[in-house]
Ligand binder design. Structure first.
Ligand SMILES: Cc1ncc(COP(=O)(O)O)c(C=O)c1O
Length: 391
């Protein structure tokens, strides 16, 4: 081979009698074939293999296999973001003229997507308070194809009784889709309870280290095949490196969530005892209106997120922000570092004041995502910041 050919082709095959312990990153956007029979076999899914980046990669396949197994589903599809997974899922599932019932307590962009994009596509959504299964059932019509809820809602940590709802919807042939981003499979396994599809922003606990934007849907194979077909056409696929990072994050999910949930419980109790705090929202506290349901649904703690209302509203939140030294403001959650966010200005900023008030998202509402730090350091930081809210 000449210089140019060596440069273009050389060094690709490294002989080795051993295997890497850590799976490699398959940073290739296309795969080569030796026979037309192999092309046909892989393309049609009859032989194992990969074709082209948008169709998937060994790294997305690893992430999907892990998530399907952890959630107890038949198959999974990884996407470039939680919203990308949602778009592909709905494109696969719904058609113009279909009806959707959704919880009113949803991530703000999800609400906007359902109310605007889906509506333009000819799918109407009825929003209900899904904490009461009866409200969901009352909103069903003969055209209802699916119910979409957040298993633990953003940001007020309201719960949905997936068991009760799943039993009713199954007999009516209506899908129950649970966004489980706030929980992760280390805390809640919606498929075992009655959901037919689990949806994640894998940007959060699944990856867990604040370095990936990703989404994933998990459910029965036949539906996931349709979701994958939608991803291929929409182009909401996840790249190999991000899939690799998310899979690596998953390896410690259960340990992270055990500790993060334990920290969240300590922080929720601490906040509950502070005079500057009007109310704490955490399903692990007996004061949570659905604490009994939480004890039934969650196996290893009640998750790593707790929200609270600061007395004194927005001005108190500004002083709280100025008073923090360790815990940083970050409009996301699920990281190994404890972060906080202000839903009225971040996740739910597109809602009007009256819409926020109707949901119970007040001007003093703070959302805290507990990380892995020594909880005493977190308490000291919160103590200082809460003291500042009174000055
Ligand atoms: C509950 C919930 N679901 C879905 C999403 C969307 O996920 P992504 O940002 O990965 O698209 C978010 C984002 O914050 C979220 O909080």
């Amino acid at each position: 081979m000449r210089f140019e050919t060596i440069a273009a082709r050389g060094g690709r095959d490294v002989p080795s009698a051993s295997h890497p312990l850590t799976p490699p990153i398959y940073q290739s956007n296309v795969y080569t074939f030796e026979t037309m029979e192999d092309v046909e076999g892989v393309w049609e899914g009859k032989a194992a293999g990969f074709v082209y980046g948008r169709y998937g990669s060994p790294n997305t396949a690893m992430l999907e296999a892990m998530m399907a197994a952890l959630e107890g589903g038949e198959a999974a599809v990884a996407c470039a973001s939680g919203m990308g997974a949602l778009t592909a899922l709905f494109l696969a599932l719904l058609a113009s003229g279909d009806h959707l019932v959704a919880g009113r307590d949803l991530y703000g962009t999800t609400t906007a997507f359902l109310a605007e994009e889906l509506r333009r596509a000819g799918v109407d959504t009825t929003f209900v308070d899904a904490t009461e299964p009866g409200n969901v059932l009352a909103a069903l019509t003969p055209r209802t194809r699916a119910v979409y809820v957040e298993a633990i809602s953003n940001p007020l940590l309201k719960l949905v009784d997936l068991e009760a709802l799943g039993a009713e919807l199954r007999s009516r042939g209506v899908e129950l889709i649970a966004d489980s981003s706030f929980a992760s499979p280390a805390v809640l396994k919606p498929l075992g309870l009655g959901a037919t599809v689990v949806h994640h922003s894998a940007t959060k606990f699944v990856s867990g280290h604040g370095d990936v934007t990703a989404g994933i849907a998990v459910g029965r194979r036949e539906l996931m095949d349709r979701v994958r077909a939608a991803v291929i056409r929409l182009g909401t696929n996840l790249g190999p490196f991000d899939a690799w990072l998310a899979s690596r994050g998953l390896r410690t999910l259960h340990v992270r969530l055990e500790r993060q949930s334990a920290n969240a419980l300590v922080l929720a109790r601490f906040l509950d005892g502070r005079p500057e705090v009007a109310r704490v929202y955490y399903p692990g506290l007996p004061s949570h209106p659905q604490h009994g349901l939480a004890q039934r649904l969650f196996k290893n703690g009640a998750g790593a997120i707790c929200s609270f209302d600061l007395k004194g509203g927005a001005p108190a939140v500004e002083r709280f922000m100025a008073g923090l030294r360790l815990i940083e403001f970050a409009p996301s959650f699920g990281d190994v570092a404890t972060t906080w966010s202000y839903p009225a200005r971040t996740s739910h900023r597109r809602l009007s004041e009256s819409e926020l008030a109707a949901l119970g998202i007040g001007p003093g509402l703070v959302r805290l995502s507990a990380g892995l730090e020594a909880v005493q350091d977190l308490i000291e930081d919160l103590t200082g910041a809460l003291d500042c809210t009174r000055s």
